[in-house]
Design a protein around this ligand. Structure first.
Ligand code: FMN
Length: 178
């Protein structure tokens, strides 16, 4: 793959919030999870766990836990990503900065967002009220809710997402310390 190919993939990814009814195959969900598996993580601890929510009732409840996600119900697949904060490194020490466990999960999520775009699927990250989602999913204490991921087939006309994709100029976003 060239830089140009990858740039085009990144540019084509959009947060897609409205989907058509066509289901995503289980194989495609597994393919996306495989991409997540390849993500970098703090000390290669791979702290992520993916709760694939296909149960409508559970998904409905999770809408209450979303910060801005009343469209979650329209997505064929909703995945809640959690981080295992009880993990220790090889020296049996806790991770020096526990937030890095959550950053690792975001790296995995980005693999899935880009993968979904490459597969012609729409996707969007959804912020969750961690405590509420934790309770709904009856998670053990050591699992932290990082957030949610909607996946579905594009609704006609939604391929380009909504406004929000504009970016600041490249020169504004970095400082060269020479
Ligand atoms: C950490 C994070 C939290 C987000 N939370 C939400 C959310 O709760 N609901 C939503 O519709 N979009 C959410 N988004 C998507 C952003 O709104 C979107 O990425 C941004 O507006 C840029 O648009 P684009 O993804 O189409 O380029 C979130 C994105 C990130 C990275």
């Amino acid at each position: 793959m060239t830089y140009e190919d990858f740039h085009a993939l990144c540019q084509n990814r959009r947060s897609i919030r409205y989907f058509d009814q066509k289901p995503i195959s289980k194989i495609d969900v597994i393919k996306l999870l495989e991409l997540a598996r390849l993500a970098p993580s703090i000390e290669n601890l791979q702290p992520w766990h993916f709760h694939v929510i296909q149960n409508k009732e559970l998904r409905h409840k999770l809408i209450e836990a979303s910060c801005y996600g009343n469209f979650v119900e329209g997505a064929d697949v909703f995945i809640v990503i959690t981080a295992n904060r009880s993990l220790e490194n090889k020296a049996k020490e806790p991770v020096w900065n526990p937030k890095e466990l959550e950053y690792s999960c975001m790296a995995a999520a980005e693999h899935m967002l880009l993968g979904a775009t490459a597969m012609g699927l729409g996707s969007c990250w959804v912020s969750l009220h961690h405590g509420t989602a934790h309770e709904i999913l009856k998670l053990p204490h050591h699992e932290i809710v990082v957030g949610g991921l909607m996946l579905g087939h594009y609704k006609r006309g939604e391929e380009h997402g909504i406004d929000g994709h504009q970016r600041n100029a490249l020169e504004e976003m970095y400082t060269l310390h020479e």
